[in-house]
Design a protein around this ligand. Sequence first.
Ligand SMILES: [Zn+2]
Length: 412
Amino acid sequence: MKILFIILTVSYILLRILFTYLDKKGGKTEAKEKLALKYFTEDDIKKGKEYHDRGFGAGVVKKIIDLLFPLVFFFSGFSVCLSDILTPLSFGYLTAQTALFALCYILIQFLLNLPFMYYFSYVLEHKFGFSNLTLKDWLIYNIKQFSVSAVINILIISAAYMTFRKAETNWVWFIPAVLLVFDLILTFLYPYLVLPLFYKKSNFEQGEYTKPIFEVANKAGIKLKKLFQINESKYSKHTNAFFTGFGPEKSIYIFDTLVKNNTPEEVASVVAHEAGHWKHHHVLKGIALGFFGSFVIAWLIALTFPEFSNGLEISKAAGLPLLLFILTVYTYFTTPLDSFISRKMEVTADTFELKTTQKKEVFISSMVRLAKDNKSYLYTDDFLTFWFASHPPMLARIKMAEEFQADEVKNA
Ligand SMILES: [Zn+2]
């Protein structure tokens, strides 16, 4: 079944080339333009396109390096060389060897990526007026982010490799189960473990904003225990809000940037959207979907690489780059399903928001503000949206809100 892997890899490369072309070309249609001009100026639209196209050439170079990195690492023999060097350092513990190997791999990848990160998330974000960071703070932020993600990834890789060895042929079931446990733990511990590393949390003290937020939570059946504010403005102008906690008793975290840029009604509307996600158990459904997805991919690996089926061959540290490449290719083909389900969830949350607030004009004004503040590109290609978009395009969300009221009037 190696032929399936080869077909998928070739399709993966061709698709990435096609998507790069479609992304540059965009998907402007007459209908989209007509709707856009109702809420945006020509200048807004132009700025969105400029921001969307930023660093195109550097982006292409980065994509090529990302594609080749694991392959060169593995096929050049560097992988085996590195794992030999690490053997005496791991005192005969295979898991220690895997962890050290993973650390080296992730570190080299990070260093290779650093110039691109500097260009995209520092130079260009400043040029377009999004970033508030000094170079020193930018570096600290990225090193912190790298450290957190390295710790999480090394734990996951080590646990997966241990499972490969211990579970033998059953790894196809066991690995997704191990990943599921990680996913659950991370989701629930994130606000307590990861969030404090990056943000300062304070009590939300924005008088006029509090009442509409409580009203929305009440309507959604959420008992709000605490309102927190976190200082996203230290990093960017990005806006958000999210709930934490078990059962119907919740705390809400609101980005200070959301309050800075929006009216109390708009903030309440955003909170209603998040409440919709909670009400429909989207986080748990997402985790269940992740489990299903990782099972499909594990099964595909076992099918196309029968030599891995006893879990022993795959469990050698030197094979990690190849395994990661295989994962990247296979995950690419499960992405459209993931994106489709995510967009469905967003539509559900948007509908919940509209039903709760009954204010379509507030929904639309906050969408328009969001698009302007983030310099969103309005004419994304439909095939790209189908494959990757976690949210429906901005114009589709605005159109849904417009039609939502029409429905309500019709049904009344
Ligand atoms: Zn959402």
